[in-house]
Write a protein that binds this ligand. Structure first.
Ligand SMILES: NC(=O)c1ccc[n+]([C@@H]2O[C@H](COP(=O)([O-])OP(=O)(O)OC[C@H]3O[C@@H](n4cnc5c(N)ncnc54)[C@H](O)[C@@H]3O)[C@@H](O)[C@H]2O)c1
Length: 284
C-alpha cells in the first residue's frame, strides 16, 4: 500500500512536529485536535517554523508554500477516514490512547495502519483495542521531530511484516533513519536515556550541584549537545514522569523510580518549556 495522506492526532509538541515533517516530505496531512482553535493554532505554528527555515536558507519558499497547502486542520475525528496511515500523538496515558484506538478502528478503513508515537506504553495493548491488531505499530519520533533523524519502529507481537515495512518506508520517506525495536517499555532510546535523566534530578535533590552546573558538566565533560535539565524541560516534565512511571511499572528497576522532586514539580505544573517554567525559566 502506498501512503498519500497521513492523519495526525494530537496537537502538542510532537503532533505538530510530526505533521510538519510529513507535510515537508510531500504527504497530505490531516491534523486533528479536539478543539478547532488548537488545530488552527498548530498550522499557524507550522507556518512560523517553516518561515524560520526559509530565512535560514534551509527550505525554498516554494516548498514552504507547497507544504502548507498540503495540510488541513480539523477537530472531527471522522475527517481521518480518508487517511492511509494515522499516527496518534496525544498525552502519554494508556486509557486515553486505548479509547482513541478503538475510535480510530471504527472510523478508518480496514486496510489502514494505525500507529502510536508513545514513548513507553505497551503498543500491543493499543493493538488489542482494535479489530486489526496486525495493522498497529509504534512510530516513535524524537523531539524536535523535524530535526531529529531517528524513528523507532515498534513491533508488537501482533504486527504483520507488511505493517512494519510500511512504517519503515514512511520513516524513510520523511528522511529519517528507522530502527525496528521490540514492544518493550522505553524501546531503545528512552530505556537508556531515562535512568540518566532521573539520576540527574537525584544529584540535584542531593544538593551535589546546581542545574546549570550539572548541565555544563555533561555538555563539557561528555560532549552532549544539551544537559539533562535542558533536555527534561524540552521533553516536558509531565511526559518525562509518565515515561519513568511506565518504565518502572514494566521492570521494577529502582533506576526507573521517579525521583520525588520530579513528581513534585509536575504537581506544581512546572512542565518545562511548554508551561514557561521547569528546571529553567523561559518566561523572559
Ligand atoms: N515530548 C517528547 O519529547 C516526546 C518525544 C517522543 C514521543 N513523545 C510522545 O508523544 C506523545 C505526545 O507527547 P507531547 O510531548 O506532544 O505532549 P504534549 O503535552 O505537548 O501534547 C499532548 C497532546 O495530547 C492532547 N490530549 C491531552 N489529553 C487528551 C485526551 N484526553 N484526549 C485526546 N487528546 C488529549 C493535548 O491536547 C495535546 O495536544 C506522548 O505519547 C509522548 O510520550 C513525546
Amino acid at each position: 500500500m502506498s501512503i498519500k495522506r497521513v492523519g495526525i492526532v494530537g496537537s502538542g509538541i510532537m503532533g505538530s512536529g510530526i505533521a510538519e515533517t510529513a507535510a515537508v516530505h510531500g504527504f497530505e496531512v490531516v491534523l486533528r485536535s479536539r478543539a478547532q482553535s488548537t488545530a488552527d493554532g498548530m498550522v499557524a505554528g507550522m507556518e512560523k517554523s517553516l518561515a524560520r527555515q526559509v530565512e535560514k536558507g534551509k527550505l525554498p519558499e516554494a516548498e514552504r508554500e507547497a507544504a502548507l497547502a498540503r495540510v488541513s486542520a480539523v477537530s472531527d475525528l471522522g475527517a481521518l477516514a480518508e487517511c492511509d496511515l494515522v499516527i496518534e500523538s496525544v498525552v502519554e496515558d494508556l486509557g486515553v490512547k486505548k479509547h482513541l484506538f478503538s475510535e480510530l478502528d471504527r472510523i478508518c478503513a480496514d486496510h489502514v495502519v494505525l500507529a502510536t508515537n508513545t514513548s513507553t506504553l505497551p503498543v500491543v495493548d493499543l493493538a488489542m483495542e482494535t479489530g486489526r491488531p496486525d495493522k498497529v505499530c509504534g512510530v516513535h519520533f524524537f523531539n524536535p521531530a523535524p530535526v531529529m533523524s531517528l524513528v523507532e519502529v515498534v513491533r508488537p507481537i501482533t504486527a504483520s511484516d507488511d505493517t512494519i515495512a510500511l512504517a519503515r518506508s514512511f520513516a524513510e520517506a520523511c528522511d529519517k533513519t528507522p530502527v525496528v525495536v521490540k514492544d518493550q517499555a522505553g524501546f531503545i532510546v528512552n530505556a537508556l536515556l531515562f535512568p540518566y535523566l532521573n539520576n540527574a534530578v537525584r544529584l540535584l535533590e542531593q544538593g551535589v550541584a546546581s542545574t546549570a552546573d550539572i548541565d555544563a558538566a555533561m555538555k563539557g565533560g561528555c560532549g552532549f549537545p544539551m544537559g539533562p535539565f535542558a533536555l527534561l524541560d524540552l521533553v516536558g516534565l509531565d511526559t518525562s514522569l509518565a515515561i519513568l512511571d511506565a518504565l518502572y511499572a514494566e521492570f521494577r528497576d529502582p533506576n526507573y523510580a521517579a525521583v520525588p522532586l520530579l513528581r513534585r514539580m509536575v504537581s506544581a505544573e512546572l512542565y518545562g518549556r511548554k508551561s514557561g517554567r521547569g528546571f529553567f525559566d523561559y518566561r523572559k
